[in-house]
Design a protein around this ligand. Structure first.
Ligand code: 4AD
Ligand code: MG
Length: 509
């Protein structure tokens, strides 16, 4: 009798039956005459128990010979067991090794991030990375679903381009049959052409930025989703951004419960993000950052000052706690279990300490940039952090000084100092996740801007044609997939949000 191959995620429907599983050993514990294997198969994790009594032939030997990441096929009885992951345990009858795994480089002990990034091809197998990648997958699928449901057509923009969309300073140049070409920074300009053909479109593709900056927000290669809508003004554009983001958040909350739990994501901010996003002009946002205007009774400067004070106090507490526990361990007379417990607690405290120390470095900088923000400037990371600290959901800031924004944005007809761009800033310190706006339709204003930005006019003639032949008001936006994954998963750095990150200083693996 051949036994069907099942995936771990489907096991709860198979209780009392015998199934075959194919996967890798993600953890192994041994006792006398018994081996516990936590098997992973990409769809989930499951404890499998091997004993001489229940496993055939040399099943126990085989199980003993497995190591971390050995691949196996096993057959066993599915039993309900509330104490185990997924509420299931497999009583193994047969086990066969498919591929051995000698000296797997990622041990269970703590590794530094740079080491793990060098091992990214293997690190992806870890539970946490597994959860992040599944959330990323849900987000991608949800974005497609949202736009398809709203009647958008998915179209692709080219990667090789002759022009700069977001400014010339961050272009990757390449050779295109002897001529200079650039890797696309954004599909937007092509998106505008496609929207004039199809009404509502979205692109979903890789984009490239050659910033030589090592921040937790910047990748050199990232995936951007760029919808473009004919006959939409900036306010309809904002409705669309909010609708899409809330659709995505709902899907993640609904479909990724196990993954969110695995990465320890507190979901309260995701839940509050299902409420209306505040919309404010640049002017209002600046007043809030500088502490000239309160939000729900909270003041940016006062909030930062109290956070600084709290961090200083917490640091002292942690130091005392660590010293206390170390002294108790060193005094002798503690049982082994108690020592282990204390050591684990000390490690936890040390982790918290490094976070608090980071806050102590950051908060004074944030305070400084809030106090000294110069009206008219674009927001930096610190300004975004200060502003969004006062909100429990994304904030939309629109009508920016036209000088600091891209050439293609429409000027506010009622106040020409401002361009109708909108940035969406995520809470919890994450900052910009979406940038977009209403597009300029006036050919002469566009020509003036192209000159002002010192862009090569010849490369934009086709773009100007969109204004010469049946021009209509239109808007769109660009959502950085990795920025959204990073926020939704509350990651410390964008590098964990993409399978193989490309960023300043990293091209491998
Ligand atoms: O704000 P940006 O530069 O806007 C555009 O490219 C427009 N053409 C989009 C449009 O209106 N169609 O980039 C859009 C988003 C940012 O909000 C951010 O989420 C992400 O792309 N992004 C990056 N993500 C990771 N690494 C980088 N270096 C990024 N630069 C931008
Ligand atoms: Mg932007």
């Amino acid at each position: 009798m051949s036994i069907t191959h099942f995936y771990i995620q489907d096991l709860s429907q198979k209780i009392g039956e015998t199934v075959s599983l194919k996967g890798w050993v993600s953890n192994k514990r041994e006792g006398k005459g018994i081996v516990f294997i936590v098997l992973r198969d990409g769809t989930g994790f499951c404890q499998c128990v091997v004993t001489a009594e229940t496993a055939q032939e040399n099943g126990l030997d085989t199980a003993q010979n497995t190591r971390l990441e050995t691949s196996v096929i096993l057959t066993g009885l599915v039993k309900a067991d509330e104490k185990q992951v997924g509420g299931i345990e497999i009583e193994v009858q047969q086990i066969e090794i498919i591929g051995d795994s000698v000296d797997y480089p990622i041990a269970k002990k703590e590794h530094g991030v740079e080491f793990l990034m060098d091992q990214r091809h293997l690190w992806l197998r870890s539970t946490r990375q597994w959860a992040i990648m599944r959330i990323r997958n849900t987000i991608i699928f949800s974005i497609h679903n949202y736009f398809q449901k709203e009647g958008f057509v998915q179209m692709d923009a080219p990667i090789f381009t002759g022009n700069a969309c977001e400014g010339t300073s961050t272009l990757f140049e390449t050779d295109f049959y002897g001529s200079a070409a650039y890797l696309s920074q954004s599909g937007q300009l092509y998106g505008e052409a496609m929207a004039m053909a199809m009404g509502k479109i979205y692109t979903f593709g890789p984009t490239f930025r050659a910033e030589k900056s090592k921040t937790r927000r910047h990748l050199s290669e990232f995936w951007m989703i760029e919808p473009e809508m004919a006959f939409y003004d900036i306010f309809q554009n904002m409705d669309s951004i909010e609708g899409m983001l809330q659709h995505v958040i709902k899907d993640v909350l609904h479909n990724c419960k196990q993954e969110l739990e695995t990465i320890g994501r507190d979901t309260s901010v995701l839940e509050s993000s299902l409420g209306t996003f505040p919309r404010m002009t640049y002017d209002e946002a600046v007043r809030i950052i500088k502490g000239e205007q309160d939000v729900n009774g909270q003041n940016s400067i006062k909030l930062l000052e109290s956070e600084l004070e709290a961090a200083q106090k917490r640091l002292t507490e942690i130091d005392t706690d660590i010293a206390d526990r170390e002294a108790q361990i060193n005094s002798g007379g503690m049982k082994k279990g108690q020592i282990n417990f204390f050591t684990a607690k000390i490690n936890e405290l040390k982790q918290e300490k490094s976070d608090v120390e980071e806050d102590l470095r950051n908060i004074p900088q944030w305070l400084n940039s809030a106090r000294n923000f110069e009206y008219g400037n674009d927001f930096g990371g610190s300004d975004e952090t200060v502003l969004t600290k006062l909100f429990d959901r994304p904030v939309m800031v629109y009508d920016w000084p036209h000088e600091v924004k891209a050439f293609y944005l429409k000027r506010n007809p009622e106040d020409m100092r401002f361009a109708r761009g909108v940035d969406v800033l995520a809470p919890e310190g994450y900052g910009e996740i979406v940038g977009g706006g209403e597009r300029e339709t006036n050919v002469d204003s566009l020509i003036e801007k192209i000159h002002e930005h010192q862009l090569p006019m010849s490369e934009f003639e086709w773009y100007l044609d969109l204004r010469r032949f049946g021009s209509v008001p239109h808007s769109g936006f660009g959502l950085g997939l990795e920025r959204v994954v990073t926020w939704i998963c509350k990651l410390k750095h964008v590098r964990e949000s993409i399978p193989f990150p490309r960023m300043y200083g990293r091209l491998t693996p």
